[in-house]
Write a new protein. Sequence first.
Length: 270
Amino acid sequence: MHTESGLPAYEVIAIKYATRSGARPDHFVGGDPHDVPMPMDYYLWVIRNGERLVLVDTGFNEDMALKRHRTLLRRPVEALKLLGIDTNDVRDIVITHLHNDHVGSFDSFPNAQFHLQDDEMAFATGHHMCCDGFRRAFEVDHVAGMIRLVYKDRVCFHKGDAQIAPGVSVHQIGGHTAGLQVVRVHTARGWVVLASDASHYYEHFEKKRVFSLVYHLGEVLEGYDRLLELATSPRHVIPGHDPLVVQRYRAVSPELQGIAMRLDLNPIAD
């Protein structure tokens, strides 16, 4: 499907593959006075039409779930199979950043080209990793694996904004990590922005609050304005870990209720 602008209108799907418990004070710089549960969900994102498929992030497997005390609902490979996607057929993967939950199953995609910000690789391999606070969300095997893919010509580096395909672009925001990038997608309802960890929850960008794991506070706050500039409206910004995504968007099918949500369709609730 193409719109009047001539750009493709993509289907965009969020796939929930894992979850974990948590409390509100865990998710905000400075904590929060309301010490109540605030769970976190983990997603992959699929961008596709009849001509192209782009995967955003690869999630993690059993090893990370065990190590980091998360509940793995389904391996990313199995989650994609629910949408009829064979990992051998995935040719383009955007890695929003190199934290373990966004790149942990990279080696399940033997034919993919990975799109990464140059600053993210420099951050994950440079002097900032001498600080435990910065490095704790990275896994050295994941970073080393991505370096090996560089030497196989399977990593496409970007410096700031770049077009991945007609109607699909990446935009460096940083803040959470030095090279965090978000993905802007043209859909039938307008420009959808997959914020990933530029905003973990709706509450972060809506109320200008910041997640507790942060590299540069100022870049996070400026990034919220950038998200809104890139998206058709605030309703078109999709946070990276919010369970509300499951509630607000239609399932791909009744069988995938609570698992795979259509982000290219208007939300059903706010």
